[in-house]
Design a protein around this ligand. Structure first.
Ligand SMILES: [Cu+2]
Length: 182
C-alpha cells in the first residue's frame, strides 16, 4: 500500500509540476503576444495621429482654396472698371461709351440744371432689362436715378446686361446718350 501511495503522490506531484511548467511555459509566450498587441495598439494610434495630420493639412488646403477663391473674386471686382459720363449744359459727354459687362458707369451732373438719368424709352424707362419707372421707390436697383440730381451729384449704375442701351435726361429727354455693353 505504501508503495502505491508513494507512486500516487509522485504522479500527483509530477502532474502538478507539469501543470506549473505548462502554465509558466504558456504564460511565457503570452507576454510577448501582449507586447505585440500593445505595439500594434501604439502603431494604430500613431497611424491615427498620422492620419489626423494630413486631414488637418487637407482642411487648411480647403481654407487656402477658399481664400484663393475670394482672391479671384476680388480680382474680378478689381478688373471691373468705373467709367464717368458727365452731364453738362450741352448734354451727356461722351454721348456714347463702350464698357465691359460688369462695369459701372457714373453719371455726374456738371451742368447748372437738374438731371434725372434713366433708361430709354421716355417716359416708361423699360428698355434696359429689369428697369421700369414704376419700380422707382421700391428699392429695386434699376437703370434709373428715380429722382433729380443737382449739380455735383452723381448716379452710378453697373451694367451686367450686354447690348446697346440708350438713356436720357427724364427732365430734358432731348439730352440722350448710349451705353454699349460688350
Ligand atoms: Cu424719361
Amino acid at each position: 500500500m505504501k508503495k502505491i501511495l508513494i507512486a500516487i503522490i509522485i504522479l500527483v506531484l509530477a502532474f502538478l509540476a507539469y501543470l506549473l511548467w505548462g502554465a509558466s511555459s504558456a504564460s511565457a509566450p503570452s507576454a510577448p503576444t501582449d507586447d505585440a498587441a500593445s505595439e500594434d495598439a501604439v502603431s494604430v494610434s500613431e497611424n491615427g495621429e498620422n492620419a489626423e495630420i494630413p486631414a488637418a493639412s487637407d482642411a487648411s488646403d480647403i481654407e487656402l482654396a477658399a481664400g484663393e477663391g475670394k482672391g479671384e473674386g476680388a480680382l474680378e471686382e478689381a478688373s471691373s472698371q468705373k467709367h464717368i459720363v458727365l452731364y453738362t449744359d450741352a448734354g451727356y459727354e461722351p454721348k456714347k461709351i463702350t464698357v465691359a459687362a460688369g462695369d459701372t458707369v457714373v453719371f455726374e451732373n456738371r451742368s447748372g440744371s437738374q438731371v434725372w438719368t434713366a433708361s430709354d424709352s421716355h417716359p416708361t424707362h423699360v428698355l434696359y432689362p429689369g428697369s421700369d419707372i414704376k419700380k422707382c421707390g421700391t428699392g429695386a436697383i434699376i437703370f434709373d436715378s428715380c429722382g433729380i440730381l443737382s449739380e455735383g451729384e452723381s448716379f452710378s449704375f453697373t451694367f451686367n446686361e450686354k447690348g446697346s442701351w440708350g438713356y436720357h435726361n427724364h427732365r430734358n429727354p432731348g439730352h440722350a446718350g448710349i451705353v454699349e455693353v460688350k
